[in-house]
Design a protein around this ligand. Structure first.
Ligand code: APR
Ligand code: PHB
Length: 389
């Protein structure tokens, strides 16, 4: 096969990139390790920055998002058990955020890719990236037992945190920054009506979060020790712990029910610099990981794809490679801003096993300052809904 841009990974980043490139008249092939159903079966993020909503609409997949997404003008934060503060980002920034599950984003992306006739190769194994420092890079893989090779002008590494593309950058040329958090998130889905708002809770037992997927599908999380497994958490234990960590006025609104999905995810911050090497460009989780507290993972992937597709468009459409040469520097500005925000929200809202009483008081001072200062609220609001691209 021969194409202009060979994309590794058909998650949100790789699929959105192939769609936007197609609309700009740029040919691509997407190589995905898993099956389509496996990718669609992943339960991941649920919040879109307004910037992401605009990018997805421009990519032609805004119809269901606008019909089924739930706009939120604010989020709540509870602390000291009963205190509740509200960050009214619509009033403070003029932008809302949109609750819309990543599963739906992926479904919409695959439907659009099908309509546009984009070639996504599912079930590829032994994927390898070759010769990215030459003018003729390529990708080799095995599909249905047959060895395949895709010759291309450029490679986009959109293969997530466990992919192969990041490893293509020689270790002596890359810098890696990482923090692992000493706790995980236990998340459940339940076919119950969600609360009418998102609320993040900082409680002495640990963090909790109430979110949603649709009017009859709720998404809840509680912080749990890293060594816990889902077997340690019956539904009853989950609901009583979630109820305990929420203010009583909020807990009384909770509609509980059997979990239809339950999983524990570790929390990690990670960035690799640079996000490009030769003719290979990284986008999404392949280049960075954020703890979900700031709801930035999916949004960063979308922003990377925005910058990278703009760069390819300038190159192929106008012969100008300035944006391609500067992609990593451009993308990393937003990456680091979101990585910091996600780290800050995680430290603010969680209980660290070895934290000191002084550190807890500093967190409570941050929350007290957020409660009384519109300037502090505006700072959180503009980062939560997404800084301008
Ligand atoms: N070859 C081909 N495909 C691969 C390989 C490989 N060697 N390794 C991984 N993949 C595929 C994975 O199966 C996955 O479908 O690459 C895709 C990467 O998708 P994501 O992990 O979803 O990453 P990304 O597209 O950057 O989206 C980031 O997804 O994981 C969440 O929290 C994350 O919300 C964020 C968003
Ligand atoms: C979710 O709905 O899954 C969600 C919402 C907000 C977050 C993290 C996850 O910060």
């Amino acid at each position: 096969m021969k194409t202009q841009v060979a994309i590794v990974g058909a998650g949100p980043a790789g699929t959105l990139l192939s769609l936007i490139l197609k609309q700009r008249g740029i040919d691509s092939v997407v190589i995905e390790r898993q099956t389509k159903d496996y990718v669609l079966g992943r339960i991941r993020a649920g919040v879109l920055e307004w910037t992401s909503v605009e990018i997805l609409r421009a990519a032609g997949i805004g119809d269901r998002l606008d019909a089924e997404g739930h706009r939120h003008d604010s989020v709540k934060i509870s602390w000291r058990a009963q205190d509740i503060l509200s960050i009214d980002f619509e009033r403070l920034t003029g932008k809302p955020m949109m609750s819309y599950g990543q599963t739906k984003v992926q479904e919409d992306l695959y439907a659009a890719a099908e309509r546009e006739g984009i070639n996504i190769v599912f079930g590829a194994s032994d994927v390898e990236i070759h010769d990215v420092t030459t003018n003729s890079p390529s990708i080799s893989c095995v599909v249905d037992g047959e060895q395949e090779r895709i010759e291309c002008d450029y490679v986009a590494g959109c293969d997530g945190q466990h992919g192969v593309s990041r490893r293509t950058i020689p270790s002596e040329l890359k810098s890696e920054f990482e923090m692992s958090y000493p706790f995980g998130w236990l998340g459940i889905l339940s076919e119950t009506p969600p609360l009418p708002y998102l609320i993040y809770a900082n409680h002495e037992n640990g963090f909790a979060l109430c979110s949603e997927r649709n009017p009859m599908l709720s998404r809840y999380y509680v912080q749990c020790p890293l060594e816990d497994t889902v077997e340690d958490w019956s539904d009853d234990r989950f609901w009583s712990e979630l109820t305990e960590r929420l203010p009583s006025s909020v807990a009384s609104e909770l509609v509980t029910g059997p979990s239809i999905e339950k999983s524990i995810a570790p929390l990690r911050s990670y960035v690799v610099e640079p996000m490009q090497y030769g003719r290979m460009f990284l986008a999404g989780d392949a280049a960075h990981i954020v703890p979900p507290t700031g709801a930035k993972g999916l949004n960063l992937a979308i922003a990377d794809v925005h910058y990278l597709s703009e760069a390819f468009d300038a190159h192929y459409g106008g012969g100008d490679s300035t944006k391609l040469d500067g992609y990593s520097e451009t993308a990393l500005r937003r990456v680091w801003s979101s990585v910091r925000f996600s780290w800050w929200m995680t430290v603010l809202l969680h209980r660290f096993p070895d934290q000191t009483p002084f550190e807890q008081r500093m967190r409570e001072e941050d929350l007290a300052y957020l409660t009384r200062s519109e300037a502090a609220q505006r700072s959180v609001a503009e980062q939560y809904v997404g800084l301008d691209l």
